[in-house]
Design a protein around this ligand. Structure first.
Ligand code: HPA
Ligand code: ZN
Length: 324
């Protein structure tokens, strides 16, 4: 099964590029930028990665990304992950990035975009890996700010595939971002949002009805609402489930308790992703292996989950046909 999972051409739909920052690269970028980290060694950083819920993780995630300053830093961050993903047998990934988290620190949108987009170009030319780009908005910041960032990104609109919504979920319902998402729709961008990770099933309904999302990131709490499960199943809305993330953030106690098998039984359109691989104990391969160990899925199940992701990924029609 290990060989099968390695060789399976995997597609990752839910990945925060800032969440791929491994401690080794954090040190390299800190030194390049003359930043003193509050840690002396890579092991100290790993030891400090202790959190048991989404807010606890987010504090470390935003702190870690402070070493990202120049377009070269963003390029190196993305390229490092693209190479790793390629080695793990990933053939396409859709990456979220958080522009507000960088603008707040005085890093320009141009630096972020140039670095990420040049890495995408390099990956698409030098690796058998295509990359979709999702500009994500921080739901614990005002919607007006998100809208202004979307407008500011006008030189890059043609290079974006979608907008997304992430960060602290509880108390920040999707509906507040309706105007941002309707502007994105006007621009021809696809829409996705995190919902039903820590937040209630109602947030999934809001994301569908008020933001018009075509994919729901996480969505695991949909099972708390039977009517919603039927709707998601009837409409075959893609859910980008992140098993190791859900364990790390205490959404479930252990993988054996994860609702993934129940979600498959309910006919939901499930896919598997890593979310923030540097923080949650592994990338696509580790997530697939963990699912095999916890659920004993057969090859046909992994093929089906991969097909679900290929059909929903932000890629060209030709690329999709190649992968299917
Ligand atoms: N949830 C919400 N926001 C995030 C996450 C997540 O898992 N990762 C990075 N930003
Ligand atoms: Zn996420």
């Amino acid at each position: 099964m290990q060989d099968f999972l390695q060789q399976l051409p995997k597609v990752e739909l839910h990945l925060h590029i800032e969440g791929t920052l491994e401690p080794e690269l954090m040190f390299k970028l800190a030194s390049r930028n003359g930043i003193t980290l509050p840690y002396a060694t890579v092991d100290e950083v790993r030891d400090a990665y202790r959190f048991d819920d989404l807010p606890g993780f987010l504090a470390l995630y935003f702190q870690g990304m402070d070493v990202l300053r120049t377009s070269q830093d963003f390029h190196d961050l993305a390229m490092t992950y693209f190479m790793r993903a390629h080695e793990e047998g990933v053939v396409h990934l859709d990456m979220h990035f958080d522009p507000q988290a960088h603008l707040q620190r005085g890093v320009t949108l141009e630096a972020v975009m140039q670095g990420l987009l040049s890495a995408r170009q390099e990956a698409e030319q030098s690796l058998d890996l295509t990359v979709g780009v999702i500009m994500a908005f921080l739901r614990d910041r005002p919607a007006d700010e998100a809208l202004a960032v979307l407008e500011q990104a006008s030189p890059f609109w043609s290079q974006l595939d979608a907008v997304g919504l992430d960060s602290a979920e509880n108390g920040n319902p999707p509906g507040e971002f309706a105007s941002v998402f309707s502007r994105a729709a006007e621009l021809g961008l696809a829409r996705v949002a995190h919902a039903g990770e820590e937040g209630p099933a109602d947030y999934i309904i809001e994301a569908l009805d008020m933001l018009g999302v075509e994919r729901v990131d996480h969505g695991v709490r949909c099972l708390e609402d039977e009517t919603l499960v039927k709707r998601l199943s009837d409409e075959q809305t893609v859910l980008t489930v992140c098993p190791l993330s859900n364990v790390s953030l205490g959404v479930v106690k252990e993988l054996g308790d994860h609702p993934l098998p129940a979600m498959l039984d309910a006919g939901l359109n499930v896919t598997i992703s890593s979310d923030d691989p540097a923080y949650f104990g592994g990338g696509m391969l580790a997530n697939h292996q963990a699912c095999f160990e916890a659920f004993g899925w057969d090859e046909a199940t992994f093929y089906q989950l991969t097909r679900n992701a290929i059909e929903a990924g932000f890629m060209s029609r030709d690329r999709r046909a190649d992968l299917l």
